[in-house]
Structures are given as structure tokens and as C-alpha cells.
Design a protein around this ligand. Structure first.
Ligand SMILES: [Zn+2]
Length: 468
């Protein structure tokens, strides 16, 4: 107990020091700044000393686990989230119905590189989410390797017809933010299958979108164009991709075998889980914090996006624990179906538009539960300046930057309604080691980093609540 007070004292002491160094700044803004600093300190104390988000993530990841839209685990996650929200003292908790696609992976995928020189070598693959199945008993064909859609088009029909196209583009390590490296290659995963099918390919193998070399393939959505044959699409692990490329360079008529049995089995009812605290001064102005409750069907969806889910709920818990009543109406929203449809985000925005709810700003956490380094806000020029002005305050808590940009898939449908989109920026260096793999598990999330993220988000939501 003594130790706890001591550390809080240290935190306050650090803040007081910061204040006295600002002697020249005008008195009003200083008082304001001081008030906000003290509130931040209280928020951080709640998150770091009395935090509940790690415990909640433990349950969601370890007891419920992977929760793809339509699965029984997804339904369990909705029920669990509602029960937690019921204990957080919201004015209102709502399950907003959403119809979601239900796709199942089927039996474990099998793939082999077949060489006339070295025989068959099994390699790890995962079907891409939404992929069509191979014929029963599998599919075997020669492989053609490309690094881009342009290279594929240049090969033309005669070189692609009847073959499996292997897209072998690694994530570029020169991007400091790994999300930029991901954006650079994700088009191949989403659109590569249809482009290959237009040239008569019978299947595609995508090098996993990963920052590292290992044996774990990364799934993710494939998007088929209408009126183009839907050919099976799989991701191969990065080590598997290296091996396949090496063997292709040694033998031009190398063959690849794959067998996947995934399929769509219709639509299912799911829900956005919504908690609301009415604003004390501007109840008709909404500020939203959220993440997505669904995940892919491998691993535990711990970073993606279990972390965002428990951090968003933690914002409300912290406000209640501090007896802080937001001035604008706070919504905590756990969206359905981000991974393979975005149906939750779209339905939320549709209802918000229908009810003419004025969502001022929405903050999403969907980039992993790593150490927070900043926020990105989708406002420009003059409008951005008021957010940028918070940077100094956040820097006292080691959250270094507030940048222009925004983002967040689930909140993107709110943008046409005039909502400013914002995202928390965790350190991105390890995210794409685990993203959409069996490795995205609870043990990969650091308690301290997760809690620091929740504290930064609660501080950001407090600033939004107070913002004139
Ligand atoms: Zn996500």
C-alpha cells in the first residue's frame, strides 16, 4: 500500500515540475493545462494501479478465443461484452443487431511443393478468409512466381493459364511504420486472386504479409470481383515462400499441391455492443471510442482486436471510478464483423445517420495492444490545430505525437456524416509478426503496455469531452 502512494506521489511530483517550468505561459491556459495534467495523472493511476483491461483480455482471449463472425465463439464474445458493460455503470447498454457473413475454414489445409528432383515438401498454408475451396482431393498445378500485379499482367494468358500464381512480395522493411509496409502489399492479398483468374489461373498462393521470417501463415480477406471465376486463395508462411521461390528458381516446371475445404454457410445475426454515458452539458454531441469484437478464426485475436475491445471498455470504467461525468455523450462501441465485411461499422453509421446523431469524433484502437506512441486525427489545417495543441500535455506521459491522418476501419463509415476519425498509434514493430496468425495470443500482449494504451485513450476521450 505504501509503495502505491509513493509512486503516485512521484507521478504528481513530475507533473508539478513540468508546470513550474512553464512560468511564462498565460495564466488561464496554465490553469487549464494544470487541471488536465492532474486529470491525466488520475486516469493513469486508475489504469496502471487498478486496471481491469488485462484481466478482461485474459478472459476474452483464453476463455473465448478466436471469434470469427457467425461462429459460436463470436456469439459468446457478444454475451460476455454485454455482461461486462452491464457492470460498468453505463446509462444504457444496447445490442445493435447486424447480419454478418458466416464463412468456415473446414478441415486443416494441406500444401506441398512437388519437385521432380527433391520430391514433395509440405509447407504451412492458411486459406484466405472468404476463399473458395479446392476441388475435393485437392489441386495440383505448375507455379508461376510474380512480385506485382503489373508483372502478372505482363506475363499474359499463355504463361498463366492453368497455373497457380505465387505472389511473392515481401513487406518493405524501409517503412518505419509497419502499417505503411502492410498497405503497400495488402492489395495483392485482397485482389490478386481475381486478377490471376482473369488470365486463367487455377489458384493463388500469397506470401504472408509479415514483418518476420517464420513458419506461421497469415490469413486475411480475399475479395473476388463479380463475374470472375472464384479460384482458391491461400497464404503461405514467409519461410515457405522463401523455399518455394528458391525451388522455382532451380526448376521451372515445379508443381504445387493444395487442398482447402472452406465455404460460406450463409448469414448470421450478430451485434454491435454499445455502452453509453449521457453527456452532462452537451448530450446531443457524441464522442465514440471502440474496437472490433470479431477476429479471424486462428489464434485468439488478442492484439487484433481484443486489445482494442478491453481498452475501450476500460475508458468507461476509469471515468466511473473517478466519478468523472463526460460533458458530451460517451459511446463505447464494440463493432461486429470488421475482418470480413465491416457490416458492424456500416450498420452503426446507418443508424446514427437515421437518428441524426451528431458524432463529433470517433477514436478507434485496432493496431495492437503495444506501447502507445501517439494519436492520428483525421482533421486538416485549422481544424487539426486544436488536437495538435494537446501534444505537449500527452508528451508528459510519454505519448509523443499527434499527427494528421485518422483511420480505423470500423469508424470509417461515420466520416461521410462529418465525424472526425482518430486512432491510437501503438508501436507497430511487432504487430505484423502476429497479425491474423495462430500466434496472436494473450501471452504476446504486455500488461503494462496494454494499460498504458488504455490510459492514453481515456485521456484522449477526456480531452474530447472537455473540448469546446
Ligand atoms: Zn483489427
Amino acid at each position: 500500500m505504501k509503495k502505491q502512494y509513493f509512486s503516485i506521489f512521484l507521478l504528481f511530483f513530475a507533473l508539478m515540475n513540468c508546470e513550474t517550468s512553464d512560468a511564462q505561459s498565460n495564466k488561464n491556459s496554465k490553469t487549464e493545462n494544470n487541471k488536465d495534467s492532474l486529470m491525466f495523472a488520475k486516469i493513469y493511476e486508475q489504469a496502471l494501479v487498478r486496471g481491469k483491461c488485462y484481466e478482461n483480455l485474459d478472459y476474452l482471449a483464453n476463455k473465448i478465443g478466436a471469434r470469427l463472425s457467425g461462429s459460436p465463439q463470436n456469439a459468446a464474445a457478444v454475451e460476455w461484452a454485454k455482461q461486462i458493460m452491464d457492470t460498468l455503470g453505463f446509462d444504457r447498454v444496447e445490442l445493435q443487431p447486424v447480419m454478418v457473413p458466416h464463412w468456415v475454414r473446414g478441415k486443416k489445409e494441406v500444401a506441398k511443393i512437388i519437385s521432380s528432383k527433391s520430391g514433395a515438401t509440405e509447407v504451412p498454408i492458411l486459406a484466405l478468409g472468404g476463399s473458395a475451396a479446392t476441388p475435393f482431393g485437392g489441386l495440383v498445378a505448375n507455379v508461376v512466381e510474380v512480385k506485382s500485379l503489373e508483372e502478372l499482367k505482363n506475363l499474359g494468358k499463355e504463361k498463366v493459364q492453368g497455373k497457380i500464381v505465387f505472389f511473392n512480395k515481401a513487406m518493405n522493411p524501409m517503412f518505419l511504420d509497419t502499417f505503411d509496409a502492410y498497405s503497400d502489399v495488402v492489395g495483392l492479398r485482397a485482389g490478386g486472386a481475381s486478377e490471376a483468374a482473369k488470365l486463367g489461373a487455377v489458384g493463388v498462393v500469397i506470401r504472408s504479409l509479415a514483418s518476420n521470417l517464420d513458419n506461421f501463415p497469415h490469413t486475411g480477406g480475399v475479395r473476388y470481383e463479380v463475374n470472375v471465376p472464384q479460384i482458391p486463395a491461400v497464404a503461405i508462411s514467409t519461410n515457405g515462400a522463401e523455399l518455394l521461390s528458391k525451388l522455382i528458381s532451380q526448376q521451372t516446371d515445379l508443381q504445387f499441391f493444395m487442398e482447402i475445404s472452406c465455404k460460406f454457410i450463409g448469414e448470421k445475426l450478430s451485434y454491435n455492443v454499445i455502452g453509453e454515458i449521457k453527456g452532462s452539458e452537451k448530450p446531443n454531441e457524441y464522442i465514440l471510442v471502440g474496437g472490433h469484437l470479431d477476429s479471424w478464426d486462428v489464434g485468439q485475436g488478442a492484439h487484433d482486436d481484443g486489445a482494442g475491445v478491453v481498452q475501450s471498455m476500460e475508458v468507461a470504467r476509469i471515468f466511473k471510478a473517478l466519478n468523472y461525468k463526460p460533458k458530451k455523450t460517451l459511446r463505447v462501441v464494440l463493432f461486429a464483423n470488421e475482418e470480413n465485411g465491416l457490416k458492424g461499422g456500416k450498420e452503426y453509421a446507418r443508424v446514427a445517420a437515421e437518428k441524426k446523431e451528431n458524432h463529433i469524433v470517433a477514436l478507434e484502437s485496432d493496431a495492437g495492444g503495444f506501447l502507445p506512441i501517439g494519436f492520428s486525427v483525421g482533421a486538416k489545417g485549422e481544424a487539426f490545430k486544436k488536437y495538435k495543441a494537446w501534444e505537449e500535455l500527452f508528451q508528459k506521459f510519454n505519448v509523443f505525437k499527434i499527427t494528421e491522418g485518422g483511420g480505423g476501419a470500423d469508424i470509417s463509415p461515420l466520416k461521410p456524416l462529418g465525424t472526425v476519425d482518430a486512432v491510437i498509434l501503438p508501436d507497430s514493430q511487432r504487430y505484423f509478426n502476429y497479425h491474423h496468425t495462430v500466434e496472436d495470443t494473450f501471452d504476446k500482449v504486455d500488461k503494462r503496455e496494454l494499460e498504458l494504451g488504455a490510459a492514453a485513450m481515456a485521456s484522449f476521450m477526456y480531452m474530447l469531452s472537455e473540448m469546446k
